[in-house]
Design a protein around this ligand. Structure first.
Ligand code: DLL
Length: 434
């Protein structure tokens, strides 16, 4: 059952690099023949498929961008006839027209293998009951988790997201041991479990959470509320979906499935490949995908890579938790601010506040107005105005020392910020609406 894991995940790096080089050359050759945009960009750069023989040649190749998927919507970048596409998924992101991606039979097999690796790495086997509470639909989260669960021979519970109380009852009745959903939905489930007073009836052991940035502090809270061990999983529709990388039992970065995807870190402004360990924009090349392959795709996610061998024995490179996206980064009064930095501070302050928050940015009289609304706990709420004002001051000061600028902090009533069943929407940038 573990054939996919042992064959590739522990391959010595030299051997792996050789395999990647062969697969890259294969991919470039077929894409040159089948994908018009790629051929055009190669021609413009004066390159032919013969120029690509090893991974060292990757840096010569042209980048690809999300805009390409929009320009060639819906199927213009697919590299096989539509009769070979077995399934499509789509993503709308936070802004803009949706994008469509497609998978052949082999692509779906490969995806199921990648997700299955994570289930195995986090101690699951055919006895697991995997509750899939990522949305099942055009979003890749649900089907990715479902196929991974089936691949290891576990029992899948494909409930999708939403209907929170019934979701929890099902978790209890069906004996779910693994929960797959976004971290913000895990928090919401945890809160509702507390209200229902049913934590001791749960059988959950492992949580597989991803699709949005989340902090270590959030991980601790989720683990406490749900009584499980929480693992991070990363992916994006354009490259495959969940399982492009995943945490092993040591939780020291996410192993990229490097037999299928080559990651690079570049300077987002110059496009230069950055030295090992540096933080920058993550770029992926798919070297085995048939239906919708991409070369040097600019993810806009910001993180770094660590090539040191992991204690688990896997040789695949680890990426750290993406801090955010270049397009999520707010520039407020000239200072770069990531929502995840704010979350980290709020959860460290702890005590009277919850991790439910919203960032509101506006421009008044040519100056940026920066406000953070945070939900307080019932406890603080009942302490009255003085306690609340004191807490607002503490949070403002903590945010000022982390970010370099201090927002206006407003503590709002418990349960007043809308909960998310999928990816949380934390930022309202009114400047963009003007
Ligand atoms: O979110 C795929 C996915 C589903 C991943 C379920 C993990 C679990 P998209 O909707 O295309 O695909 O969004 C991809 O989400 O570029 C990141 O910015 C962000 N993202 C995904 N996983 C993580 C993570 C899915 N673990 C975009 N940490 C990516 C931080 C993440 N950000």
């Amino acid at each position: 059952m573990k054939y996919w894991q042992e064959k590739y995940e522990t391959m010595p790096r030299e051997e792996l690099r050789k395999l990647q080089g062969e697969r890259l050359a294969w991919q470039v050759k077929r894409m040159y023949e089948k994908v018009e945009l790629f051929r055009k960009r190669m021609d413009e750069a004066g390159l032919t498929p013969d120029d690509v023989k090893s991974v060292d040649d990757l840096k010569k190749l042209p980048f690809s961008y999300k805009q390409d998927l929009r320009d060639y919507y819906p199927y213009g970048l697919f590299a096989v006839p539509m009769s070979d596409i077995r399934r499509v998924h789509a993503s709308s992101g936070t802004t803009g027209k949706q994008i469509v991606v497609g998978y052949t039979d082999n692509d779906l097999e490969m995806w199921a293998d990648c997700f299955a690796r994570m289930l195995i790495a986090t101690g699951n086997d055919e006895n697991a009951f995997v509750q899939v509470s990522y949305g099942l639909g055009l979003f890749t989260g649900g089907f990715g988790a479902h196929d991974g669960a089936v691949r290891i021979g576990a029992t899948a519970i494909p409930i999708s997201s939403g209907n929170t109380q019934r979701q929890i009852q099902t978790m209890i009745d069906f004996g779910a041991t693994v929960l797959c959903c976004t971290p913000s939905y895990a928090m919401y489930l945890g809160e509702t479990i507390e209200e229902m007073g049913v934590k001791d009836q749960l059988k959950l052991k492992v949580g597989i959470f991803g699709a949005e940035p989340w902090t270590e502090e959030m991980r601790q809270q989720i683990e406490e509320k749900l009584g499980l061990k929480a693992y991070d999983i990363y992916g994006l529709s354009e490259i495959m979906g969940p399982g492009v990388s995943y945490e092993c039992e040591y939780q020291c970065g996410m192993h990229v499935c490097e037999d299928n995807f080559i990651p690079e870190i570049i300077d987002p402004d110059t496009g230069e490949v950055l030295p090992e360990g540096a933080q920058g924009e993550l770029v992926f090349t798919t070297i085995t995908k048939e239906g919708f392959p991409l070369i040097r795709y600019r993810t806009r996610d910001i993180c770094s890579l660590n090539y040191e061998k992991c204690k688990c024995g896997r040789t695949h490179v680890r990426m750290n938790k993406p801090q955010g996206r270049t397009d999520d980064m707010l520039i407020i009064r000239g200072v770069n601010v990531f929502p995840s930095q704010i979350e980290e501070v709020l959860l460290k302050v702890g005590g009277g506040v919850t991790p439910n928050y919203q960032i509101i940015v506006d421009r008044v009289n040519n100056s940026d107005v920066f406000e953070v609304e945070v939900e307080m706990t019932e406890q603080l709420f009942s302490d009255g105005v003085k306690g609340i004002e004191k807490f607002e001051k503490i949070i403002t000061e903590n945010l000022r020392s982390t970010l370099g600028i201090g927002p206006k902090v407003k503590l709002v009533n418990p349960k007043s910020i809308q909960r998310s069943e999928g990816k949380a929407k934390r930022v309202i940038d009114k400047r963009k609406l003007k």
